[in-house]
Structure formats: C-alpha cells, structure tokens
Write a protein that binds this ligand. Structure first.
Ligand SMILES: [Zn+2]
Length: 327
C-alpha cells in the first residue's frame, strides 16, 4: 500500500530529479551526477519498501528528518561518516570559540594573580569563569560557575551568561546587585529547567575580597598547611526564580593564602568504586600544594583529581580556579 507520506516523498524526489537532470545535462560536474544517483537510489528504496529505514538500526528515520533531507539513509542517532565529520568539525570550532571566551592564561591584575584549569567532558562544556575589571568602582570581579546540563546546550547557555555579565558590568553595580540583575535576565531568557550555580569574588582596592554564592560551592581557603571551605551566605542558583538576593561575605588574604574555586566535575569525580573525590580530598590537595607557585598548585590539584579517578572517564566538566594576592 502506498501511504500519503510515500506519495509525498516520491513527488518531491521526482521533482528534484527533473531539476538535477536538467542541471547535469550539459555539465561535467561529478558532484551533481552523484547527487542524481542518490536521488535515483532513494526512488528505488521507495519501490522496494526500504525508504526511510535507517541503514544502521533498521528503525524509521522519521518524517521530520526526511522532510529536511529525503536522501537521508540514517536516523539522527546514526549519522553517516560524512555527517559525522561535519559534526566533529563544528564541535572543534565551537571548542576553540568557547576557550576564546575564557580569560587569557597567566592573568595578573592590580596585585592579584589568577590561574585556572578547564577540562570539558566533551568538546564543549557548561563550566565557565571570567575576570572582569570594573574601573568605575576600582574593583575586579571573578566569576566561576556551572550551567546545568552538559555539552552543546550547556555551552550555549554558558556563553549567553558570560555575555550578560560582561555587558551589565559596564553599569558598575555592586556585585550583589549585578548578580540579582543577571539572575532576573537569565530567568527570563533561559529554558525552564535550566539554571546556573556561580561563585563570585569582588577584589577590592584595599586587598579585601567580598565573596558571593549563587548556590555554588564556597571556595577553599588555603592558608599555611591547612585548607578549608570559607563559610559564605549562599543565594539561589541563577535562573531558578525571577527574584533573588546575594549577600556578600568579606575575607582578607595574607600574601601566601590561596582561594580555590571549583565545580562539580572536581569533587563529584568518581573512582570507579562508586566513591566521589569530594571536597575534603580537594582541600587536602590544596593544603599539600599551598606553598607552590600558583601554576603548579592548580596542576597538582587537577592531577590529584585525575589520579583518584584512576582512568575512569570524566562525566562532567571540570574547572579549578585559584587566586592569590601578590601584595
Ligand atoms: Zn539509526
């Protein structure tokens, strides 16, 4: 029996065949001739009843996908090698663009030193960090966050969130107010189930730091041979509710102190035996590396997480961000 859908695709394909045949008549373009052969093959599949069946899984490819590409031979879950190459190229480009959104490495501003390590679980990730100077307030704002979800969707939200922070930072608002505004905008513009957790630090000219949390893990303070989480008052994650406030907590760093911000990808990293790396382990790694130069310190912490994982693949994006006062 010929269904209406089959009749529709047959008409579509025959029309394309006419146009292609006309275009290839006086042309030596082999790509057009190949395309013509593909159209003929699709018409043959309509004749023998295999049109719209995935070459890999034998499931129906789906009318939506076929309408987009009546020559499709595989479902969306089973891209052909050519499509796979294209997807990889796109993702590689997205990966480079995303790294370009992060602060440049080796950054030092007004007596503050920053080092971070970012490892996405796939080509692109939802973790993010930024260092924004606010000249009108003589302050620098550090952001370390984690958008819900993973992969391309999370990376799109992450870049939109970074852009929102950067554009609103020109208003030179106090950081708590900046977070309230970004929360409202993110809540308006992001899909229902999306949210982001974020830790922020305002570096003040006198060397003090105001810490803020939008549902994010508090940073670890490494001091001498000890390291522990800084108790800060947490606000709600960004994007959960339209209105939210973010109180700050003031701390002061001595010259050799280190503040270490981190995301789930570090402390939730599993060792294959169902055990998480956890915050106390990260605190011990930080304490062990406390007198190292900042670069070596973040490397040692990252290595400690990866050694704990013992070859288990990372399932979440990981970000470690360390900050030290040079004055
Ligand atoms: Zn398939």
């Amino acid at each position: 029996m010929i269904t209406a859908t089959e009749a529709y695709f047959r008409t579509e394909l025959i029309e394309r065949r006419h146009l292609l045949a006309r275009a290839t008549r006086d042309s030596h373009r082999t790509d057009l001739r190949d395309l013509l052969a593909d159209v003929d093959a699709a018409l043959a599949r309509l004749d023998d009843g295999t049109f719209g069946v995935c070459d890999v899984c034998d499931e129906y490819i789906g009318t939506k996908h076929l309408t987009h590409d009546p020559l499709a031979r595989c479902c969306e879950e089973h891209p052909t090698p050519g499509e796979e190459d294209r997807i990889h190229r796109d993702l590689a480009l997205a990966h480079d663009l995303q790294l370009g959104l992060l602060p440049r490495h080796g950054l030092a501003i007004d007596g503050w030193q920053f080092r971070y390590r970012y490892e996405a679980a796939s080509e692109v990730g939802g973790d993010f960090c930024d260092v924004i100077q606010v000249p009108a307030r003589n302050e620098t704002v550090v952001l370390v966050g984690d958008v819900s979800g993973k992969g391309v969707a999370a990376s799109l939200l992450m870049s939109s969130l970074l852009a929102t922070f950067r554009s609103l930072s020109s208003l030179a608002l106090p950081t708590g107010e900046l977070l309230t505004r970004v929360n409202a905008l993110f809540n308006d513009s992001s899909p229902r189930a999306s949210y982001a957790t974020l830790a922020a630090a305002t570096l003040l000219p006198d060397g003090a730091i105001d810490l803020y949390s939008a549902g994010h893990w508090p940073p670890l303070l490494g001091r001498g041979k000890a390291a522990e989480p800084v108790p800060i008052q947490a606000g709600l994650p960004l994007g959960l509710f339209p209105v939210s406030t973010y109180p700050g907590t003031r701390v002061r760093l001595s010259p050799d102190d280190t503040l270490l911000f981190y995301t789930d990808g570090a402390i939730d990293a599993e060792n294959g035996g169902g055990e998480d790396y956890s915050t106390p382990r990260l605190a011990r790694a930080l304490a062990t590396a406390a007198v190292d130069p900042l670069d070596a310190l973040v490397d040692r912490c990252l290595l400690d997480v990866r050694q704990f994982q013992n070859g288990q693949p990372a399932t979440d994006d990981l970000l470690l961000f360390a900050l030290r006062a040079q004055h």
